[in-house]
Design a protein around this ligand. Structure first.
Ligand code: R5P
Length: 294
């Protein structure tokens, strides 16, 4: 039977592309808030014995989790055989250990909650650092989709003589992969995070690449501080204005304006989170992954 796809609010464009990619039928869902702030949800369509795919990117996750839980539960009550989730950006992947006594290890708690409401999960480049794979914390089948080939292709098409720059040692592996595919050299920086909004960056000697265009690549652009600090260091080193490429356009608060003001030549992201910088489409690779989990 044709699978059904439901776009949670804000995910309509990507969900429509995914429906085409996987041959799914869109199911209409009405979401609204009651005056007291509680959620109202109504699903339309025939769900009996159908496989259901929910599409909900999970930046600003605290507001999105309950509507997602209500949708998954209601689809099941209406007879869905399986309910999966495509979360192009998967939240709560950074607090993966207790740094100070009493802190919540939110990645584990969130993973347990999500595992309780859906049968499978697909995400694009989740922030895997101390956790090496989603299966360490999720107890449902998961699939990680990599945007690296898409970033390489974009850089290869759009940037003449690129020098790729990764933010920290943890990024070295995937930055080297993007660089290899784009046929470009790369360097990785030393990064020290002083607080949620402060980072210290040191750039190695890159004078020999002064004729190249620096391309900063990062998985998440959140406060933008990593990229902003790096832009400053590159300017001091006499490099050309840099292109900033991020997978996930989180852009907390005024981060986007601050990054523009810091002198980025161009700011580009994938469409895992809708944003005006989206220029790299992940629908096809997400669709291919979904077809393996039905
Ligand atoms: C950190 O490990 C990530 O890869 C990013 O570098 C980080 O999330 C960027 O955050 P911000 O934009 O707040 O500097």
């Amino acid at each position: 039977m044709t699978p059904l796809i439901i776009a949670l609010p804000g995910n309509e464009v990507l969900a429509a592309r995914l429906a085409t990619a996987i041959g799914a039928q869109a199911a209409a869902a009405e979401f609204r808030r009651f005056p007291d702030g509680e959620s109202y949800l109504r699903l339309h369509g025939e769900f009996s014995r159908r496989s259901v795919v929910l599409v909900s990117t999970l930046d600003r996750p605290d507001d999105k989790f309950l509507p997602l839980a209500f949708t998954a539960a209601t689809a099941r009550e209406m007879g869905a055989s399986r309910v999966g989730l495509i979360a192009p950006y998967l939240a709560y992947m950074r607090q993966d250990r207790r740094f100070h006594s009493g802190e919540a290890i939110t990645s584990r708690i969130f993973a347990a909650e999500l595992s309780a409401i859906v049968d499978w999960l697909i995400a694009v480049d989740p922030h895997l650092h101390r956790i090496s794979s989603l299966s360490e914390i999720y107890r449902i089948p998961t699939k990680t989709v990599h945007a690296a080939p898409l970033l390489s292709a974009w850089i290869g098409r759009e940037v003449l003589l690129p020098l790729l720059i990764g933010p920290d040692q943890e990024s070295a592996q995937w930055v080297s992969e993007v660089a290899h595919d784009a046929g470009a050299p790369f360097v990785v920086l030393e990064k020290h995070r002083k607080s949620d909004t402060e980072v210290e960056i040191s750039v190695p000697d890159i004078a020999r690449w002064r004729d190249h265009t620096p391309v900063l690549i990062d998985d998440i652009v959140s406060t933008g501080r990593t990229m902003i600090e790096t832009l400053g260091q590159l300017r001091q080193a006499g490099m050309k204005p840099a292109v900033c490429v991020g997978v996930h356009a989180v852009f907390a608060g005024s981060a986007f304006d601050a990054l523009r003001a810091a002198g980025a030549a161009r700011i580009v992201t994938t469409n895992t989170i809708p944003h005006e910088t989206n220029a790299i489409d992940v629908a096809q690779i997400l669709g291919e992954a979904a077809l393996t989990l039905f």
